[in-house]
Design a protein around this ligand. Structure first.
Ligand SMILES: NC(=O)c1ccc[n+]([C@@H]2O[C@H](COP(=O)([O-])OP(=O)(O)OC[C@H]3O[C@@H](n4cnc5c(N)ncnc54)[C@H](O)[C@@H]3O)[C@@H](O)[C@H]2O)c1
Length: 358
C-alpha cells in the first residue's frame, strides 16, 4: 500500500494522543512505519490513544515550545511528518482564543522552523480544516482556490496556519530540490470511534444513549460534510507518499472531503444514528444566545480526485455504521475494534481499486 513508502520509514505525528492522530498512528503501525508522536498528554479519560495500545515513541511536550520540538527532530530524525496537534474546536476557541492562536499558529510555525533545520525530513503534511474557507453559506463545495477567511478564532487560526505554510513553502521549500515538500490538507467533519472530545455530535449521542438520557441538539439545521476518520487519513497518507516521492505538484493545498451526498444536517445525521442504535434519543433545544457557527459547510475534492486519484470509500451510511459499531462494542463488550475496522477499510480499498491500496 502507498507504494510501500511507509515501510520502515521514520514518521513523526504531532497530535498522536488525539482522536485523528491515534488512528493515523495505528494505520502507520500496520504499514510497518517506525512512528514517533509529539503532543500533550491525552485530554480525556477514556481516550483512543491509550485504548489502541500504540507502539509509538511518545514525546509529551507542548508544540509551543520551539526548543523541545527542535530537540525531538534532532533526536528522532523523521523522514515524513504529519502535523495534527491543535486546539481543534470552534466553541473552545471562543472560550480560549489566545490558546487557540498560540497552539495552532505558533505551534505550526515552530514545527516548520524545526523542520527547516532537520535534513532528514522529505515530506510534510499540515492538517487544517474545511473551516478555512470564507463561508458564504453556498450549497455547493468550496475549492482549494476559493477565498480563505473566517469568523471564529478556530477558523481564523487555521487560515493563519495556511498562510504560514504557504510562506514556508514559497520561501524555503520549492527553491531547492533537497528540502522537504510541504502540503496542507483540509477535511470535513470527521467522525469515528474513540473520540471523546467535548461537543462532538456522535460521541454526545452515544454517551447520552448509554446513560439513557436524551441528547439536546443545539443546531439541528446546520449542515456538515461528515466523513469517517479513515477517509481523510487515506488522503493524508497518499499526500505524504506523493511528497516523499518528489511529486512537486503535490506540494500545495488539498481538500479531502466526502461525496457530496454525505452532507447532512445535524438532525438528519441524528436520525440515521437512531436507525443504527434505537437507544439514541434526542430533543431539539436551540440556544438563541449560542455563539456563531457556520450554517452550511461543504468541500469539493475534485482536485484530489483528478490529480491524486483519491476517492472516498465509505458513504454516510457506512460512516455512521462503523462509528456506532465502535462505540457499542466498546460500551457493551469493552472491546476496541480499531484494528479490525482499519483492516476492513483496507480490504474495501483494494476491492475499490483505490490508488493507495497498491
Ligand atoms: N475532528 C474533526 O472533525 C476535524 C476536522 C477537520 C480538521 N481537524 C483537525 O485535525 C487535527 C486533529 O484533530 P482531532 O479531532 O484529532 O483533535 P484532538 O483534540 O482529538 O487532538 C488534538 C491533539 O493535539 C494535541 N495538542 C493540543 N494542544 C497542543 C499543544 N499545545 N502542544 C502539543 N500538542 C497539543 C493534543 O494533545 C492532541 O494529541 C486538528 O488539527 C484539527 O484542527 C479535525
Amino acid at each position: 500500500m502507498f507504494g510501500g513508502v511507509y515501510k520502515n520509514r521514520r514518521v513523526l505525528v504531532t497530535g498522536h494522543t488525539g482522536f485523528k492522530g491515534s488512528w493515523l498512528c495505528k494505520w502507520l503501525e500496520i504499514l510497518g512505519a517506525e512512528v514517533a508522536g509529539y503532543s500533550l498528554a491525552p485530554l480525556t479519560n477514556p481516550n483512543h490513544f491509550e485504548l489502541s495500545n500504540l507502539k509509538v515513541k511518545s514525546y509529551i511536550h507542548d508544540i509551543r515550545d520551539y526548543n523541545q520540538i527542535k530537540k525531538v527532530m534532532f533526536d528522532f530524525k523523521p523522514e515524513l511528518v504529519f502535523h495534527l496537534a491543535a486546539q481543534p474546536t470552534v466553541l473552545v476557541s471562543y472560550e480560549n482564543p489566545l490558546d487557540t492562536y498560540s497552539t495552532n499558529v505558533m505551534g505550526s510555525a515552530n514545527l516548520l522552523e524545526a523542520i527547516r533545520h532537520t535534513s532528514s525530513v522529505k515530506s510534510v503534511v499540515l492538517v487544517t480544516t474545511d473551516k478555512v474557507y470564507k463561508n458564504n453559506e453556498w450549497n455547493y463545495g468550496y475549492r482549494e482556490n476559493d477565498e480563505l477567511g473566517g469568523h471564529d478564532p478556530y477558523s481564523t487560526s487555521k487560515v493563519c496556519v495556511e498562510l504560514v505554510t504557504e510562506s514556508y513553502r514559497e520561501s524555503f521549500s520549492n527553491t531547492s530540490r533537497d528540502v522537504p515538500l510541504i502540503a496542507s490538507a483540509r477535511a470535513g467533519n470527521v467522525v469515528g470511534g474513540g473520540d471523546w472530545t467535548k461537543d462532538r455530535i456522535i460521541k454526545d449521542a452515544v454517551m447520552a444513549a448509554a446513560q439513557e438520557e436524551r441528547l439536546l441538539i443545539r443546531n439541528p439545521n446546520n449542515s456538515r460534510p461528515w466523513q469517517h476518520v479513515l477517509e481523510p487519513l487515506s488522503g493524508y497518507l497518499l499526500l505524504g507518499q506523493n511528497l516523499y516521492q518528489r511529486n512537486f505538484d503535490a506540494s500545495g493545498s488539498w481538500n479531502f472531503g466526502p461525496a457530496l451526498d454525505s452532507n447532512l444536517t445535524v438532525l438528519d445525521l441524528i436520525k440515521m444514528i437512531g436507525e443504527e442504535w434505537d437507544k439514541v434519543d434526542w430533543e431539539i433545544d436551540v440556544d438563541p444566545e449560542a455563539k456563531h457557527e457556520a450554517g452550511c459547510l461543504m468541500i469539493d475534492s475534485t482536485k484530489a480526485s483528478k490529480e491524486l486519484n483519491w476517492k472516498p470509500i465509505w458513504d454516510i451510511k457506512q460512516t455512521v455504521y462503523h462509528t456506532i459499531e465502535w462505540y457499542r462494542r466498546y460500551l457493551e463488550n469493552n472491546l476496541v475494534v480499531t484494528n479490525e475496522q482499519i483492516r476492513r477499510y483496507l480490504h474495501e480499498g483494494k476491492e475499490n481499486n483505490s490508488i493507495w491500496a497498491k
